[in-house]
Design a protein around this ligand. Structure first.
Ligand code: CA
Length: 168
């Protein structure tokens, strides 16, 4: 008796899980995870690797090697192809302005080799989050190129990618 009840419960749970996954498991709705790489990152003198720009923590940041200068770039990799229509840049929040990006380009790619320019613009030298919106593009990588940054460096506390969710 106990076993069959357990079986029934297990079956019910399985069916429910299948129903739930059937609703949310379409590849277009799969949660996009972000990783990052950069043309330069300071990992020997400080903990300022590219991954710090996508860790969700405003207190950690990416900074290029102190011995290098802009132009440099940081590229965010998406775990799958997604429709992107927004990028937000959060400058470092530790009170030091070094590397705050003031002239930038945003580019996107579907193969990580060819990058197409989306936006070229300027940002005020402050710690406010900068949000850039554009017509949606399908991409697997988004590149933030720092053309000018305070002190000749580039840094970023967070780079957020806005994804258009499919609703069919
Ligand atoms: Ca961070």
């Amino acid at each position: 008796m106990k076993v069959s009840k357990l079986l029934k419960t297990t079956l019910l749970i399985t069916v429910l899980l299948l129903l739930v996954s059937g609703c949310t498991n379409e590849s277009s709705n799969e949660r996009v995870r972000l990783t990052a790489y950069a043309t330069s990152e300071e990992t020997s003198k400080a903990n300022e690797a590219a991954k710090n720009a996508v860790d969700g923590d405003p207190a950690t940041f990416w900074h290029i090697q102190w011995s290098e200068k802009v132009p440099q770039s940081i590229t965010v990799k998406l775990s799958r192809l997604a429709k992107v229509n927004q990028v937000a840049y959060l400058p470092r929040q530790d009170g030091n302005s070094n590397g705050i990006i003031t002239e930038y380009r945003l580019l996107y790619s579907t193969d990580g080799k060819d990058f197409i320019e989306l936006v070229h613009g300027e940002w005020a030298l402050n710690t406010d989050k900068k949000v850039v919106e554009f017509s949606p593009v399908e991409a697997t990588q988004i590149r933030l190129e720092a053309i000018q940054g305070f002190g000749g460096w580039a840094s970023a506390a967070e780079i957020e990618i806005g994804i258009v969710t499919e609703e069919n």
